[in-house]
Design a protein around this ligand. Structure first.
Ligand SMILES: Nc1ncnc2c1ncn2[C@@H]1O[C@H](COP(=O)(O)OP(=O)(O)OP(=O)(O)O)[C@@H](O)[C@H]1O
Length: 733
């Protein structure tokens, strides 16, 4: 079951869907990575006893917020599911810290992948109709069997090479990760922000299967436009927009190419009042679906001319890595904006609605997605300049050559398309080497590529449509986990991480990890060991132990991790405050949100003002940064003081609120309140210490910045006076 590609060149068959496969990891050979989601990586694999191709989803249990018993229970439940439009697992078993789920290999990947690689502006209506109809059948089945999918999106709709459409990740993940009974889990929110129904975002209200109908409507828009509505916004803004704005829909002017019945169907799904949304069964009777063609007729042409799935995935990952590099952030700073910090940000923020609005209004509201975002790298440019054989029989070529081409192509593309953006090339060159030791990458990828021999499906001789498309930058890999039976298997050989050998592991993992750290306003809120450079992430990067303490705390309080969004118990409390418009108690934390962007800014300034730079850069470059750093640091100090004050005040208010009712309560109540108060005190004290630690660090930084400012001013004066002297001399001459 070691990862290898050697078997891919052999003739292999696909496993028919209802087979029982072995639960021994030794019987599986993992081949190429074909997808990754928030919690799992999916591989094409060979089932050795039958020489058959399957997909193995390796779900990292360390990253799941659930115990093995829950997983087993849910896996058994899901084994009862059986529908042609749902991916059914053959079997599942535990290999070290991972749950392996063996399922049919969907050779064309997800609709999201397909759009990213070849249809960035979405599909034509007949295609959408076919995909949606099959998805709706799957939802109808799930709902009839008492399941809510909770993560319907293009990334979870998978296609195979016979153009059949299957919904993956159908609720199992949600169930697996639920703590306690299902009902209580419905009081938490789960999903990916853009696709989440308003009622899902309202904590405590509960929701039902109609939440899937909303997500289905959003998925319809996603397939029509190539992206979900609001996908370019940070998650918090998405949350607000979903709650406050009119529901998104197909526009009469902008979406002229779509029929009235399609528009009407979408509008029916995207009604805020969940009781007014149709059931899946009713929706299936809509004219739009009555006219939909079977997928074999409408989808086949889409899938021709595409390279094998794993090559597409690799290309997208490389593109993402390049975008990451273009963000000009060294990896250390990327780490500063990691998911753990994002979680910290989420749980620490106050969802002060006014403040959020102010935040949100800072982001441009234009809906022009066609324009290339800063840092977007054209996949077309990358692919067109690749050696054609990159995606064909020459996959054995070491990646070093491909990566070199890649870098050159990006810079060429950037300079031609953005004009004068030559600097990006330098940054890219620098950052690509920053985020991974070149030698490491080369070695590890050589090994991987050597093994990844090319199957008979490669199509290097054609000039396909996908090459001429510019992929979008959304990073929303997601999908199924549908175990039918779970077995424990502690075989050393089964350890997923052993698929790379020795130190190659490090490098390859780093490349992969970094390729996922794409700063993206659609807000990939990844799991703790994945980084995300969301602009609303961690307020301040400190050099103290602050990050760890808080990160651990946040991790401990996570109640839901799903897709790109994780929710902590603190979030729920905070949202309870916000949503009915009753926030204020922690209003100072709204400032922390502001400091999120400040934090990012500080990072940039600190970069510029690094020890090495400070003596070499001209004063004219350094001064504005220094001044800004100075101002922002002072600003942050003020915010922190306010925050501390507010916490102290809140403490007093809380004390009054919690002690007053005590007089009328029973002794049991007193014990409960006492415990709550103590717990709250403990949390507040912890928060205060953390803030104090932050303040100390900030004060240090401020002092350092002041010193630097003084030095620079002196240098500047010296330069001016030298220049003055020189001018004097010249005049005298
Ligand atoms: N059976 C399969 N065959 C081929 N590709 C697959 C298969 N299952 C999943 N994938 C690919 O892997 C990606 C990630 O898988 P999946 O969504 O199951 O992970 P996840 O961690 O549950 O993601 P998320 O929770 O973000 O939805 C999918 O988007 C899809 O592109």
């Amino acid at each position: 079951m070691r990862k290898s590609g050697s078997a891919s060149s052999k003739k292999v068959n696909s496993v028919p869907p209802l087979r029982t496969l072995s639960v021994s990891p030794a019987d599986y050979e993992l081949l190429e990575e074909v997808g990754n989601g928030a919690s799992a990586t999916v591989y094409r694999a060979i089932y050795k006893p039958a020489n058959e191709i399957v997909a193995v989803k390796c779900l990292d249990l360390d990253r799941c917020n659930s115990n093995l018993d829950d997983i087993r229970r849910e896996a058994q439940t899901m084994s009862l599911i059986d529908h042609p439009n749902l991916i059914k697992a053959f079997c599942s078993f535990v290999v070290e810290h991972c749950l392996w789920v063996v399922m049919p290999f969907m050779a064309e990947g997800s609709c999201l992948h397909l759009m990213k690689i070849a249809y960035p502006d979405g599909f034509e209506e007949p295609v959408i109709g076919s995909i949606l109809k099959e998805t709706l059948k799957a939802l109808d089945y799930l709902h009839n069997h008492g399941h809510i999918h909770r993560d319907v999106k293009a990334g979870n709709i998978l296609l195979d090479n016979s153009a059949s459409v299957k919904l993956g990740d159908y609720g199992v993940t949600a169930c697996l990760f639920d703590k306690g009974d299902r009902q209580s889990s419905r009081n938490t929110f789960v999903g990916t922000p853009c696709w989440m129904a308003p009622e899902v975002l309202q904590p405590g209200g509960g929701y039902d299967f109609k939440a899937d109908i909303w997500s289905f409507g959003i998925t319809a828009l996603e397939l029509a436009h190539g992206h979900a509505p609001f996908s370019k916004y940070p998650p918090m803004k998405v949350l607000l927009m979903t709650l406050q704005n009119a529901p998104p829909g197909l526009d009469y002017d902008r979406d002229k190419r779509f029929s009235k019945s399609f528009k009407e169907m979408v509008a029916m799904c995207l009604v805020k009042d969940q009781t007014k949304r149709p059931t899946a069964k009713k929706l299936l009777k809509h004219t739009f679906f009555k006219n939909a063609k079977p997928p074999e007729l409408s989808l086949k042409s889409l899938l021709s001319d595409l390279p094998p799935l794993w090559d597409r995935v690799k290309a997208l990952q490389l593109k993402d890595a390049a975008q990451l590099a273009l963000k000009k952030m060294p990896s250390a700073e990327q780490e500063a904006l990691s998911q753990s910090e994002y979680q910290r940000g989420v749980s620490a923020w106050n969802f002060d609605i006014e403040d959020l609005k102010a935040q949100a209004s800072l982001i441009q509201d234009d809906e022009d997605f066609s324009g290339k975002k800063e840092g977007d790298v054209s996949l077309r440019d990358f692919m067109n300049n690749q050696d054609r054989s990159t995606f064909g029989s020459a996959m054995e070529k070491p990646l070093v050559a491909n990566e070199t081409d890649f870098r050159i192509n990006i810079s060429a593309a950037e300079s031609s398309e953005t004009g004068g953006a030559i600097k990006k090339e330098e940054h890219l060159q620098k950052d690509l080497s920053d985020f991974g030791n070149r030698e490491d990458i080369d070695r590890s990828d050589k090994i991987r590529l050597k093994n990844d021999s090319v199957p008979s499906t490669s199509k290097q001789d054609v000039e396909p449509r996908w090459k001429s498309q510019v992929g979008k930058s959304h990073q929303t890999y997601s999908g199924p986990i549908l175990p039918s039976t779970v077995h424990n298997n502690s075989s050393e050989r089964g350890r997923t991480t052993e698929r790379f050998e020795g130190d190659n592991l490090l490098a390859t993992e780093r490349v992969r990890r970094d390729s996922r750290k794409i700063p993206n306003l659609s807000g990939p809120l990844m799991l703790p060991n994945r980084a995300s450079a969301n602009s609303l992430s961690a307020p301040v990067r400190t050099s103290s132990g602050y990050g760890d303490t808080l990160e651990d705390k946040t991790r401990a309080s996570v109640v839901q991790i799903k897709g790109r969004f994780s929710v902590t118990s603190e979030n729920i409390e905070l949202l309870k405050d916000v949503l009915p418009g009753t926030i204020t108690r922690r209003s100072s934390q709204g400032s922390l949100m502001k400091s999120a962007s400040v934090g990012e800014w500080l990072v940039n300034s600190k970069q510029v003002l690094s020890k090495d730079n400070v003596n070499t850069l001209p004063a004219s470059v350094l001064m504005p940064h220094l001044q800004n750093l100075f101002q922002q640091t002072s600003f942050q100090q003020d915010l922190l003081s306010n925050l501390l004050n507010n916490i102290q005040q809140n403490d007093i208010v809380d004390g009054i609120q919690t002690t007053l009712p005590l007089q009328t309560h029973s002794p049991e109540d007193e014990i409960t309140v006492d415990t709550t108060v103590t717990e709250r005190e403990r949390l507040l004290l912890a928060k205060i210490s953390e803030l104090q630690a932050m303040m100390i660090t900030l004060t240090d930084e401020l002092t350092a910045a002041r010193v630097k400012q003084i030095q620079l001013q002196q240098q500047l004066r010296a330069v001016y006076s030298r220049e003055g002297d020189r001018k004097e001399e010249l005049r005298e001459l």
